[in-house]
Design a protein around this ligand. Structure first.
Ligand code: SF4
Length: 380
């Protein structure tokens, strides 16, 4: 098979690995740091951004974390200025920054507007204070509503809200109330993720010590179905396993990941993916800074995906999208049709009613959606 060379990356991810306090469920690459470390980090990040200058023409930029909004106004302005200085902004269609409702001021929102940010991802997680406390979040439900109103008052017209379900002690009614609250806010995009107990986190230790109990899988599945129904009946298109959007408001940046296309990442632990080669930067913040300051290699991981792995990852990721994967696109990228590479699995899954072919697109059926992990495992 002849794989076509992939186009240059169109998406840029910028990682800010700092948080005010570590949430109890979180295993992301984020730390609580001194202002001096943050200052050095932003200098190092600027250097890495500078190394990309003139190389690519990004269509989407996503500043995530960590908590980009805990940067001081001075640091935030420096970061935003460096992004526009080194990254050609003329082609950027979507520019997202992640915001924590507990770390926002009017001045910060004004800066985001001034530097061309046109999409906000607000990590609300829940409106219920007891659940926020259990998760170790730094904000309350009221803080979340106030942050949303503040963003709107500065003219942000494209806001995503993140919610978590499946938390200990959370009842289906609690989840219904969170969904009602988010619908009342009327954001353009909503992401709902079920809580995962990551190894080594305080919440997982609580689970192991039976301080908290995991919700039954059948309850979680009901919560997932409730989200699909409630959000669907309020005008949100369920376009990806965990994501819902008003018409035309699907996240363009994340679509690049779901389609397994090329992206560049800068910052500690950030991954890049270019033409089947995946790399990542040094994850440790101080080692990342020292690497850049000392003009040393900051790449800590590199893998060149063999054809089969690249093809199967592409199918698995694309199946997250409700529209599934186009056979024509797959052929253009990989030089073969889906059935040539995965015929046995596809036939079996279609026969079992877990997948379907519609208009050249292979996708999960509703039955398949509810056991998506099992279906996707067939393509590994
Ligand atoms: S704010 Fe986000 S990145 Fe920071 S600790 Fe909490 S979940 Fe993790």
């Amino acid at each position: 098979m002849r794989r076509k060379k992939e186009a240059i990356p169109t998406a840029l991810y910028v990682h800010i690995p700092f948080c005010a306090k570590k949430c109890r469920y979180c295993d992301f690459n984020s730390v609580v740091s001194e202002p001096t470390t943050i200052d050095r980090y932003l200098h190092a990040l600027a250097e890495e951004l500078r190394s990309l200058q003139g190389q690519y023409s990004f269509k989407t930029v996503y500043i995530g974390g960590g908590t980009p909004s805990i940067l001081t106004e001075t640091h935030l302005e420096r970061l935003l200025r460096d992004v526009v200085r080194y990254i050609s902004s003329s082609q950027i269609q979507e520019y997202t920054v992640e915001i924590n409702p507990g770390a926002l001021t009017g001045n910060k929102v004004a800066l985001l507007r001034e530097y061309g940010v046109n999409r906000i991802s607000l990590g609300i997680q829940s409106f219920r204070d007891s659940q926020l406390k259990l998760l170790g979040r730094i904000h309350s439900g009221d803080d979340a509503r106030n942050a949303f109103a503040l963003l709107r008052s500065y003219g942000f017209k494209n806001i995503n809200v993140d919610l978590i379900f499946g938390c200990p002690n959370q009842s289906p009614d609690d989840w219904e109330r969170d969904l009602r609250s988010v619908v009342e806010l009327n954001p353009e995009h909503i992401s709902t993720y079920s809580l995962t107990y990551e190894e080594g986190t305080p919440l997982t230790t609580d689970l192991e010590n039976e301080v908290v109990a995991k919700l039954d899988e059948s309850v979680e599945l009901e919560m997932y179905k409730t989200a699909i129904n409630r959000l669907g009946s309020n005008g949100y298109n369920h376009y990806e396993i965990s994501n819902y959007a008003k018409e035309g408001r699907e996240c363009r940046h994340n679509r690049v990941y779901w389609e397994n296309k090329g992206y560049a990442g800068v910052g500690a632990g950030a991954y890049s993916f270019l033409d089947g080669v995946r790399t990542s930067n040094e994850r440790d913040v101080v080692k990342y800074i020292e690497g850049i300051e000392g003009n040393k290699k900051i790449q800590s991981f590199r893998e060149c995906l063999p054809f089969g792995q690249f093809a199967s990852e592409t199918v698995i990721m694309s199946l997250r999208l409700r529209q599934g994967i186009s056979n024509t696109d797959f052929f253009t990228r990989f030089g073969c049709r889906l059935e040539e590479q995965f015929g046995t699995q596809i036939n079996r899954l279609v026969k079992d009613g877990l997948m379907s072919y519609e208009n050249e697109r292979l996708k999960l059926t509703e039955k398949g959606l509810f056991i998506a992990d099992t279906v996707m495992a067939e393509f590994v």
